[in-house]
Ligand binder design. Structure first.
Ligand code: FRU
Length: 489
């Protein structure tokens, strides 16, 4: 079905009861509804927003278009949790209700201040000629989860030298001052990030463009995030318009980071190393981080990408968020580990171990649709080894390590209903180690694979049939020792 602008930019109240009922019915009959990931009740979810800890709970908001699996009039949807695993649903937090956000309450972030949670987001507005205008707007949430929207944007003007692609403010506090980094496009069509500062989160001053070494690096940087980890400054963002290069940049849009000295806010200068992608999989975009009360830097991403059709579209919904990951640094590289709390989901441990020698092996109890699986291959003396999962007669998804070629490979060519095929069905990255550990979280229609405790991560949606539940371990061209554990989720 083709969606017209009129249909996309309707608000929820404009939809008839019958339309909503039919939509709910479609979602109810959908295969591929997730079991332990945040997903929309109906319609489309995209970026995580306002990820924060406030008043004894974690808060997660996300971009939401309620009426179908397309990008239309965006709301902020609100969930909260005590443990980042079990989430309570609070429904809509921010409605696109004012002139300045008439075409969407776009992405943004949250910070606690004076006992309240301040949500800074982008007001997206189109005029009668469909020209875009972006402002940065404020909503304040109190302890009772009551939201009040300021009746005017707190950043009203796009500074000279930038286009209307000016959005996704990410807040932080440093030396008693507030800062926000915003994703922008310069008039010469280059993407960049800009810096604002404020004493009170309400009056903002434009500081300037953050100077990096990344000239001509895409036409727009979406969802920037800046934070300090182990005394290093990290700028994370999702650049659009980067061409594929070997294994790299294979998705429609990318997400990555640069690491350097801490941002010098006076000079707005970031001395940094190379841009690295955060994830090697097919579906990862627009992540956001927060620092929790234990001092952990935790990241959640959107497990999806813009401008690609997904097999759940005909069922009236699309996308989910990733599981939360704890970030750390090792040799100027970000390492991502699934947060410890996920162990709360573990049920029914099944184990196996032994040697695999030029063969495929299956074990009793190693089947399933939703589970966590850890498999360690040690003293690898094989050309290739790995795991096939969500395997049926015709379907399988494969994660493997090829020791000869020195690479990790995720293959979703035969995973089930195809998705984004024009961008390829294989993802790879270089890797060299005689000991390989795969930790994977398999949900009904996704997989997140952490390799060697988060050195590399492959995040992907997959859409297998419900009979595809097999798991096979293999080593080809030699042998390897292995041990594996699986918990049902
Ligand atoms: C990223 C993004 C943001 C924007 C939001 C709109 O996916 O395009 O730049 O604020 O989504 O939903």
């Amino acid at each position: 079905m083709k969606w017209t602008s009129e249909q996309r930019y309707r608000n929820l109240e404009e939809a008839s009861e019958q339309e909503i009922q039919e939509l709910n019915e479609k979602v109810k009959n959908s295969p591929w509804r997730q079991k332990f990931h945040i997903q929309p009740t109906t319609g489309l979810l995209n970026d995580p927003n306002g990820f924060s800890y406030y008043n004894g709970e974690y808060h997660m908001f996300y971009q939401w278009f309620p009426l179908g699996p397309v990008h239309g009039l965006k709301y902020w949807y609100h969930m909260s949790s005590k443990n980042l695993v079990h989430w309570e649903d609070h429904g809509i937090a921010i409605k696109p209700s004012h002139y300045f956000d008439s075409h969407g309450a776009y992405s943004g972030s949250a910070l606690e201040h004076k006992g309240k949670l301040y949500l800074l987001y982008t007001g997206n507005r189109r005029d009668e000629n469909w020209m875009r205008n972006s402002t940065q707007c404020m909503v304040i949430m109190d302890e009772k989860k009551f939201f009040s929207k300021l009746d005017h944007p707190v950043i009203n003007q796009i500074p000279d030298g930038f286009t209307e692609h000016f959005r996704d403010p990410k807040l932080w506090k440093q030396d008693n001052k507030f800062y926000a980094v915003i994703g922008a496009q310069k008039v010469n069509q280059e993407g960049c990030a800009v810096l604002y500062s404020s004493q009170d989160l309400l009056a903002w001053e434009f500081e300037g463009e953050i100077q990096t070494d990344l000239d001509s690096f895409g036409y727009m940087w979406e969802c920037p995030d800046y934070f300090v980890l182990h005394d290093r400054g990290i700028l994370m963002f999702s650049p659009q318009g980067i061409e594929p290069e070997g294994y790299k940049y294979r998705n429609i849009f990318q997400t990555g980071y640069v690491i350097g000295d801490k941002l010098n806010v006076q000079e707005k200068k970031l001395n940094h190393g190379e841009f690295s992608e955060l994830d090697r999989g097919f579906d990862f975009y627009a992540p956001q981080t927060m620092k929790d009360t234990h001092g952990r830097r935790i990241m959640v991403g959107w497990m999806g990408l813009p401008d690609i059709e997904y097999p759940t579209d005909p069922y009236g919904w699309a996308h989910c968020l990733t599981l939360p990951r704890e970030l750390s640094l090792s040799n100027e590289k970000l390492v991502q580990k699934p947060i410890k709390e996920l162990e709360l989901l573990r049920r029914n441990l099944t184990e196996a171990k032994g040697e695999i020698y030029n063969e495929f092996k299956m074990f009793q109890g190693f089947t399933g649709i939703t589970y966590e699986l850890i498999c360690e291959f040690n003293n690898v003396d094989a050309d290739e080894l790995g795991i096939e999962f969500r395997k049926g007669d015709q379907e399988k998804t494969t994660i493997k390590y090829n020791d000869r070629k020195g690479k990790l490979i995720l293959d979703r060519t035969n995973s089930g209903s195809p998705v984004g095929v024009s961008y390829g069905t294989i993802r790879e990255c270089s890797f060299n180690n005689k000991n390989v550990k795969f930790q994977m979280f398999v949900d009904v229609s996704s997989v997140e694979i952490f390799i060697n405790d988060g050195e590399e991560i492959f995040t992907s949606r997959i859409f297998p049939g419900e009979d595809s539940i097999g798991i096979r371990f293999f080593a080809l061209g030699g042998k390897t020792f292995f041990k594996t554990m699986k918990w049902d989720y």
